[in-house]
Design a protein around this ligand. Structure first.
Ligand SMILES: *[C@@H]1O[C@H](CO)[C@@H](O)[C@H](O)[C@H]1NC(C)=O
Ligand SMILES: *[C@@H]1O[C@H](CO)[C@@H](O)[C@H](O)[C@H]1NC(C)=O
Ligand SMILES: *[C@@H]1O[C@H](CO)[C@@H](O)[C@H](O)[C@H]1NC(C)=O
Length: 276
């Protein structure tokens, strides 16, 4: 009877693989689809191209072994086993845990199942900035913007106007920096957003036209104008400051002299100083 019950579960285990996606740092469970492991069954979990044995369950001898040091320690302290069903959980995943996992069940009948696990990195919020190099040259009614995301892989970066897609750019394997331009009119009242997404998550940045376009594009940058001052202008400014100082010194000098001398003497001293 028990054997019959167990045999009925064999059919649930197909040879076709399951695709499983997980966000980096999260846990992922690979389900055997067994309600329990039968008496005479051996269960093996293998990982990767080298078929490294990571878990072995021998129900008859009541032995469960986790080999989390193969192939290179990437599974250390990260494997959890459900002793009743044999389902395997990988905790705190990193992109190193992506790959193919194989479940082999042997006993009265043999069966196996493969799992293709994809681990996606957490996405940064994309950054919108004005492409200020274009401000002076292009027509003044348009504002040039660029949305960017650094060190990303397996993502798509897109511009949306309301809910409609305007443009997008994708990257697959490599971890690179992406940027996508957008031209808007200063007076544009539509809502624009830049979205970075991978197959399991997305991050959105909304465009604030008033802030980004009006401050850095239409107004001159006060820092850059001060740097353009000619040496002559600087000299004149210094001279002006210097003469102010001299006048102040004369003033103080005259007030002090007033205590000890007559008005006439003060006036003559002051006249002499002024002539200098
Ligand atoms: C998850 O793994 C990272 C390294 O990959 C480690 O720095 C972090 O402490 C781990 N977090 C937990 C909760 O174990
Ligand atoms: C900014 O505009 C210039 C001029 O059109 C262009 O060459 C450059 O690629 C733009 N920068 C970005 C990040 O799109
Ligand atoms: C972003 O993800 C949310 C769910 O988290 C989804 O509702 C939304 O449609 C996604 N947006 C895009 C543009 O993919």
């Amino acid at each position: 009877m028990l054997v019959l019950f167990c045999l009925s579960w064999w059919r649930l285990i197909g040879v076709f693989g399951d695709s499983v996606s997980v966000m980096e740092g999260d846990s992922v469970t690979l389900y055997t689809d067994l309600t329990e492991i039968c008496e005479d069954e051996d269960l093996l979990w293998k990982y990767g191209a080298e078929n490294s044995l990571i878990v072995q369950i021998n129900r008859e001898n009541q032995i469960s072994s986790i080999y989390d040091d193969v192939p290179d320690g990437r599974f250390r302290d990260r494997l959890k086993l459900d002793d009743q069903t044999g389902s395997l959980t990988i905790t705190n995943t990193t992109t190193e845990h992506a790959g193919v996992y194989e479940l082999h069940i042997s006993g009265a009948k043999r069966s196996s199942k493969t799992f293709s696990v994809s681990v996606y990195a957490r996405l940064p919020v994309p950054v919108i900035s004005s492409n200020s190099s274009q401000c002076s040259s292009s027509s003044s009614s348009n504002c040039s913007l660029v949305c960017s995301a650094v060190n990303v892989s397996h993502v798509t970066l897109s511009w949306y106007k309301g809910n409609s897609l305007l443009s997008s750019i994708s990257v697959s394997d490599l971890s690179i920096s992406l940027s996508l331009p957008l031209e808007v009119e200063y007076q544009d009242k539509n809502t624009y957003s830049c979205v970075l997404n991978n197959p399991i998550s997305n991050q959105t940045q909304h465009l604030d036209i008033t802030h980004l376009c009006h401050t850095s594009c239409s107004e001159p940058d006060p820092n850059s104008t001060s740097q353009q001052d000619s040496p002559l202008k600087v000299l004149i400014a210094a001279a002006a400051a210097g003469s102010l100082l001299i006048v102040a010194v004369i003033g103080i000098f005259c007030i002090c002299r007033k205590c000890k001398t007559t008005d006439q003497e003060v006036q003559s001293v002051c006249r002499t100083q002024a002539l200098l």
